[in-house]
Write a protein that binds this ligand. Structure first.
Ligand code: ZN
Length: 335
């Protein structure tokens, strides 16, 4: 369902719903009209503005402070006053803020989607009220306040700022509803401030002793049941397995090469020693053998460096190394 930020938007309050599945480590966020959201969540009937399931912790991690909310929404308030003075089109004066709300709505960030719709709903509502501008100023401050918070939720979990959020929150902002629906154990809804969502989320993951780890595959930080879980997703588990397969192949490739080279080395070494220790030592033959042994070793070392890391390269090296035995054999057999 799309939201267009016009004066003809559907009436009713939009809510932000969060449901945590701690068993399967997922979060689900739904943003829609309160009158429709229960039916949508339970029966899958009707339409909402946003519905997304993600790995648990995604909402906290992706949330970003944004000071633009306070600055870019001032033309909404101005438009009330200017339209009274000049009897002109209110929406015209609100245009810069409408553009900003539309951008936020399109950002695909649930916090920005929710706050942009709610800001517009309150803007339309307050336009018809006595002292509407004061009321709108108050509610928009409450809606935009979470975007002033610029702290890492990983730090909050590590208790570095455990009191921070509680100190920020006013009584009005604390309001949230807990629903117990048949599809989930519990979900939380807010209308105005998102701060109760953060508090609830943090308390839930603290209760479970979940922790933020860094994924070994993609290095992204993720929420996990304990420190021993090192990979963030099925995709990273798959990638890690593929990587290990490559590394194993790489290791066995090295093993094959080493085995083949060592065998050839001792083959040469034993023959050169035999020449050196023989009763009727032939100095020229010994020099010839030693020189050939030296160049075999040099050539083998250079080849090992330039081998392609595939089966074919390994095979090629092994075949070459074995073939070199003939050289020392021929030297031994010569007179
Ligand atoms: Zn990962």
């Amino acid at each position: 369902m799309n939201y267009n930020f016009t004066e003809r938007e559907e009436l009713g309050r939009t809510v932000f719903l969060l449901s945590l599945d701690k068993q399967n480590m997922t979060e689900r966020i739904i943003i829609g009209k309160k009158s429709k959201i229960r039916c949508y969540f339970q029966e899958g009937i009707g339409e909402v503005y946003y519905d997304q399931s993600s790995p648990i912790g995604t909402f906290l991690q992706n949330f970003k402070a944004n000071l633009a909310w306070q600055i870019k929404t001032t033309s909404l308030l101005d438009s009330y006053e200017r339209s009274v003075l000049l009897e002109n089109d209110r929406i015209y004066y609100a245009k810069p803020s409408i553009d900003f709300l539309q951008d936020q709505y399109k950002s695909n960030e649930p916090a920005a989607i929710f706050v942009s719709i709610r800001t517009w709903e309150e803007y339309l509502k307050c336009a018809d009220l006595i002292r509407g501008n004061a009321l709108f100023k108050n509610i928009s401050n409450t809606l935009h306040q979470p975007f002033l918070i610029d702290i890492s939720f990983g730090d909050i979990l590590e208790k570095k700022h455990s009191q921070f959020l509680f100190e920020q929150i006013t009584e009005q902002e604390l309001t949230a509803e807990l629903w117990y629906l048949k599809n989930s154990s519990e979900c939380i809804l807010v209308y105005n401030s998102l701060l109760p969502i953060f508090l609830y989320y943090i308390n839930e993951i603290k209760d479970q002793s979940f922790t933020f780890n860094n994924c070994k595959a993609c290095t992204k930080s993720f929420l996990s049941k304990n420190l021993h879980i090192e990979l963030c997703s099925d995709e990273c588990r798959k990638n890690q397995a593929a990587q290990q397969k490559i590394e194993f192949k790489e290791r066995t490739k090295d093993d094959k090469i080493t085995i083949a080279y060592d065998a050839a080395y001792y083959y040469w070494y034993n023959r050169v020693r035999k020449l050196k220790n023989s009763k009727n030592i032939n100095p020229n033959k010994l020099i010839h053998a030693r020189t050939a042994f030296e160049s075999f070793r040099k050539e083998a070392a250079a080849m090992k460096k330039s081998i392609n890391p595939d089966d074919e390269g390994t095979e090629k090296f092994c075949v070459w190394v074995i073939a070199q035995n003939q050289i020392i054999d021929q030297i031994m057999e010569a007179d």
